[in-house]
Ligand binder design. Structure first.
Ligand SMILES: [Zn+2]
Length: 415
């Protein structure tokens, strides 16, 4: 089972926007692209919104049927591990094996030694075609990489074996993710991580390293764009080398867990993948839920009232809501409007404050990040929220489609 060269991972917390999301993909594909949509949801999200893995499958199948979509599409068990994977086995066909928690866990000295020995031919100046300067590989560096990543890659192998036994080899897409950590994995690290995965029989088709810079939830990238470009390009070239050298699946490509809306790196990634004729998997648009709130605000009346209520509840509970996301948000609370202020806002003002249009005078990234992590608030409203999603499904659907198409796909594919 293979993804198309380009694939877009989309989150949809409340599972009402599958059709609108797919419309955006269809629109991009009408320009000659073949993007595979992937609906992803992590265990954590399922817990917060009280949904089940089979709900995502139902949503994806229904959206595909509604639009008569003929391309490949997937359902991603996002960020699973051995303890959380079981409920996803039946209905997912894309598995993101999250082994970040095992990075740095000690492994047997003999295993480290054996790995270093297996890499002896790479010690010295290793030339990767396309990378200007050779990579400096020393026994010490290999030992360091092995000590940090052997256990993590072993864990990937165990989850993969678990899935292969239950679903059958070749019946699902395998992604390995290491992005939810503090320190980035440099290209040379990535190279030897890929060797470990190959050694352990993990046929990774996408790999999600931690890149340099900050990938805060729902807002733009923060970091050195030039450094990102260099690292991203080297990663692409390292993957190309690793596929040939270690015998990994030829379709192996980078997966960027963007945390949504990393607009400033889109053109950089686009240029590099075009230059080297490579594929890309981009997980984005977890912000679909924000488009629901924007749509409610735009709808006005009771829709706008509910949007304001969601903000008021979010602000009152901001500490609790932000805690699980502390590493991936940067909210300046002094910049958050008070509930009183927001009470007087028009739907347009509310939407413009929340909508991610960098440079728009009303756009407030603090407001946006807070609401982004506050989906639990909407989940707790239950039918009060879901009824409004149905009532204003047209205006919300347009917001969702416009967001994915105009702000994401157009930037990424130069449409
Ligand atoms: Zn991730």
């Amino acid at each position: 089972m293979k993804l198309a060269k380009f694939s877009i991972g989309m989150g949809d917390r409340f599972a009402h926007q599958g059709v609108a999301q797919l419309r955006a993909i269809v629109k991009a594909n009408s320009f000659g692209l073949d993007i595979s949509p992937v609906w992803n949801k992590s265990n954590r999200e399922h817990i917060y919104v009280h949904s089940k893995p089979e709900d995502v499958r139902k949503e994806a199948d229904a959206a595909v049927a509604a639009l008569g979509f003929k391309g490949k599409y997937f359902v991603d068990a996002d960020h699973i591990n051995l303890t959380t994977v079981a409920p996803f086995v039946e209905t997912a066909d894309f598995f993101t094996l999250d082994v970040a928690a095992f990075i740095g866990k000690p492994s047997a000295e003999a295993d480290v030694k054996a790995f270093v020995a297996s890499c002896s031919k790479y010690i010295g100046d290793l030339v990767i075609p396309g990378i200007e300067k050779p990579l400096h590989v020393s026994a010490g560096l290999l030992e360091e990489i092995a000590s940090k990543f052997l256990t993590a890659t072993q864990q990937a192998s165990e989850i993969y074996q678990y899935l292969a036994e239950r679903k059958g080899v070749g019946n699902f897409v395998t992604e390995v993710s290491m992005d939810e950590v503090e320190s980035p994995q440099t290209p040379v690290y990535l190279l030897f991580i890929l060797k470990m995965l190959a050694d352990k029989g993990v046929p990774a088709q996408t790999i999600a390293p931690k890149f340099t810079g900050r990938f805060n939830k729902g807002v733009d990238y923060r970091g050195d764009l030039q450094q990102f470009a260099k690292e991203f390009e080297e990663d692409v070239l390292v993957i190309d080398f690793a596929v040939k050298e270690f015998g990994l699946p030829e379709e192996l490509k980078l997966s960027v867990h963007s945390g949504s809306d990393k607009f400033s790196i889109y053109p950089i990634m686009a240029d590099i993948i075009r230059k080297h004729d490579k594929g890309l998997h981009l997980k984005t648009a977890g912000t679909t839920w924000l488009e629901e709130v924007i749509g409610l605000a735009v709808a006005g009346g009771d829709g706008l009232e509910l949007a304001k209520k969601i903000y008021a509840n979010s602000l009152n509970r901001s500490e609790e809501l932000c805690a699980p996301y502390a590493d991936v948000i940067d909210i300046d609370t002094a910049q958050l409007p008070t509930v009183e202020e927001v009470k007087d806002w028009s739907g347009e003002k509310f939407a413009n404050t929340l909508r991610h249009i960098p440079g728009h005078p009303d756009y407030n990234s603090n407001f946006r990040q807070l609401i982004h992590v506050a989906y639990k608030v909407a989940a707790e409203l239950g039918d009060e929220y879901y009824d409004m999603l149905k009532k204003y499904s047209d205006v919300i659907g347009n917001c969702v489609e416009e967001n994915i198409y105009d702000r994401h796909l157009k930037r990424l594919f130069n449409l």
